[in-house]
Design a protein around this ligand. Sequence first.
Ligand code: SF4
Length: 316
Amino acid sequence: MRPFTYERARSPAEAASAAAQTPGARFIAGGTNLLDLMKLQVETPAHLIDVNGVGLDRIEPTPEGGLRVGALVRNTDLAADARVRRDYGVLARALLAGATGQLRNKATTAGNLLQRTRCPYFYDTNMPCNKRRPGSGCAAIGGATRGLAVIGASNACIATHPSDMAVALRALDAVVETVKADGTTRRIPIAEFHRLPGDTPHIETALATGEFITAVTLPRPPGGTQIYRKVRDRASYAFALVSVAAVVQRDGTGRIALGGVAHKPWRVEDAEAELPRGTKPVMAAILADARPTRDNAFKVILAERALASVLVEARN
Ligand code: SF4
């Protein structure tokens, strides 16, 4: 591990200000992804800003009838919250499908959103990777692509986003709240928070330098039957090959977001109009622009079958 300096922030504004003043600084809370990346020298931040002391560890009702989840709320606590279990079941289930109990005890809401890809070439510093080292190339293209994206990829990067929680948040139309170094705040719809890779796969979110996530807001509960189905190589402690976050209403309408298929949680709202007609037309519309490789073409079929099983469960 490379040497780095360290400080503890006492407020969100202080954290954002410290990050803006120190090039190469990173926030650290649970550290469940960042510390691994530092040990492998995939990430070599010059400075760490510990944000565990800034508060933001509460889940509170909003005036609009939703919930405001502080950025430092641990995944375990969010999944166990009675209001989340009752009104946002898809979120509770997605959280419990992620990682392990020990990791969920440490991992935070903001950190979950900011996880880096699990593309194996990203973690191998001997290999070219535009995300790790911009302009160096992409070892995955033409390499082993089984776990990588089937849609929304570019000639620079075909990685997927690893979060389960973010897929559920996409189905719930959550909003990410932030503060910048100058004290200004903003609200970023989850649909706009994660980016597709394009020519700049190292820029993964809409966050500006130093911008600090303070909370995630959930709108009023959408009701319906809420399901998160994750398909993976083993039953625990594995990332999704494909996942489906679904909110299905009694009349057959609903919302569908996919994980494991793209650089961000994948949702095509227009495709949801096809839901009452069944799985095939919905999935054909959601993955209309899919460009799978020979190694990962199975994901397209897997996604369709996962959605079919979710819809059967929702309607019974
Ligand atoms: Fe790097 Fe993306 Fe290529 Fe993986 S797919 S090697 S993360 S540029």
